[in-house]
Design a protein around this ligand. Structure first.
Ligand code: SF4
Ligand code: SF4
Length: 414
């Protein structure tokens, strides 16, 4: 792997205030984790002198980026940590980590026999075996695979109509929309078409976030290079934006590609966006009009995922969902849910993952909303499993709340 940026060494900007440590959800619950200040800027100083100062306990970092949001000096703390893991860790990912990291491969294998797979991985004896043999915690509920994926639906039901739109977006659907939650992709297409945009799919690969978390650096880098190359064709060639529905995919493809994987995406980065940001900006500029159903009513609690806090884009979801006339929207306190992609599946992390998420779960229970709104699929899995409350992607809420025909008419006459 190219080692152009040996580290993202703005660590000298650290003023030793320790705010990052106060904000880190892991250091509060796991005594094995040294914390962001020690693992990031302090550790980097030592590691640059001698690689033997590298501490394998850096694997406990969830890469939530909350430390970076809190840091008053703009130190890229989590990037320092994961860049150090990439350069110095001698830990070889085991079968469990490789399986969890390859979300797309697992999805392709599971899909043809989805009902069987879903039933097997939810049975107590199988969970007990996975707990002992693979260190996947037996208390963890698995998301359900769907037999019919999003892309198949799109090709059959929607692709032919998209050429009718003069304005288009490229849709990065991601693994969870394809394999577990095709309803999110269907909602995206319906909403985009209603506001006057056709949808184009490209030859995307998994964004690679789970490969980064699980230390499959070379594979993650190949995915980053592939996606960046494919995006380059449509962004610079056709002038199209790339719109995602998962804040983690959007964040990874914008910022982890250059900062952790050392993949130059500078010519496409600013064209990668999130559905809520894209739609809100179109509405705000007057280019798009939304017509809502008169009878839509919902009490919604919004959880902003950590990576969307890092992007600073939760404001767009709040504004967009807050526009729906029949909605009572509560913004949940800023807390990590504790899932962090594949982190919460692992036996060594499960109890910490639950402890980290507890304040969030308690607030949701005390509010008792009709459902929770969140842009991240793994937050959804954690919150649904831990609270029993349903979690919906904002684009699904929007598709339900909009009068799609009236919205299409409002936008076609403009
Ligand atoms: S918050 Fe930033 S400046 Fe403060 S100790 Fe952490 S890295 Fe250093
Ligand atoms: S990324 Fe999250 S878990 Fe890692 S050090 Fe920062 S706050 Fe802690």
């Amino acid at each position: 792997m190219q080692e152009k940026n040996l580290s993202f060494n703005n660590f000298e900007q650290c003023i030793k205030c320790t705010i990052c440590t106060a904000y880190c959800p892991v250091v509060a619950v796991n005594p094995l984790y040294p914390g962001p200040k020690q693992a990031g800027p302090d550790g980097e100083r030592l590691r640059l002198k001698n690689k033997f100062f590298f501490d394998e306990n850096l694997k406990y970092c969830m890469n939530c980026k909350r430390c970076e949001v809190a840091c008053p000096s703009g130190v890229k703390i989590a990037d320092l940590i994961h860049s150090a893991r990439r350069r110095f860790s001698r830990n070889i990912p085991d079968l469990r980590d490789r399986l969890l990291a390859n979300t797309d491969l697992l999805g392709k294998v599971a899909r043809p026999v989805a009902p069987v797979v879903n039933s097997i991985v939810s049975s107590k004896p199988v969970k007990a075996v996975m707990d002992v043999m693979m260190d996947i915690d037996k208390a963890r509920a698995f998301p359900k695979y769907q037999r019919k994926g999003f892309v198949r639906w799109f090709k059959k039901e929607a692709a032919d109509n998209q050429e009718a739109y003069s304005k288009k977006v490229v849709f990065f659907h991601g693994c969870s929309t394809e394999f577990q939650h095709p309803e999110v992709g269907k909602a995206f297409v319906r909403v985009m078409n209603a506001i006057g945009f056709g949808v184009k799919l490209v030859d995307e690969e998994c964004c690679g976030v789970a490969m980064i978390s699980n230390g499959l650096w070379n594979q993650a880098r190949r995915h980053a290079e592939h996606n960046t190359r494919v995006f380059r064709e449509v962004v610079t060639g056709e002038g199209l934006p790339v719109v995602a529905v998962s804040s983690t995919c959007a964040f990874t493809m914008r910022d982890e590609y250059p900062d952790v994987l050392d993949v130059d995406n500078s010519d496409v980065r600013d064209s990668i966006t999130l559905a809520e940001k894209f739609i809100f900006e179109k509405v705000d500029s007057g280019e798009v009009r939304l017509a809502f159903k008169d009878d839509y009513r919902a009490r919604i609690a919004y959880h902003c995922p950590c990576h969307n806090e890092k992007l600073g884009w939760g404001i767009f979801t709040k504004a967009l969902v807050g526009m729906i006339p029949g909605v009572s929207l509560t913004i949940l306190d800023s807390h990590c849910c504790g899932m962090a992609g594949t982190y919460g599946f692992k036996k060594e992390n499960y109890k910490y993952s639950q402890e980290i998420g507890r304040p969030l779960f308690e607030q949701i229970r005390s509010l008792s909303p009709d459902f929770v709104c969140c842009e991240c699929e793994t937050c959804k899995w954690q919150i649904e499993m831990s609270t029993g409350y349903m979690v919906l992607n904002p684009i699904v809420i929007l598709a339900e709340a909009l009068d799609l025909e009236a919205t299409a008419v409002a936008n076609s006459v403009r």
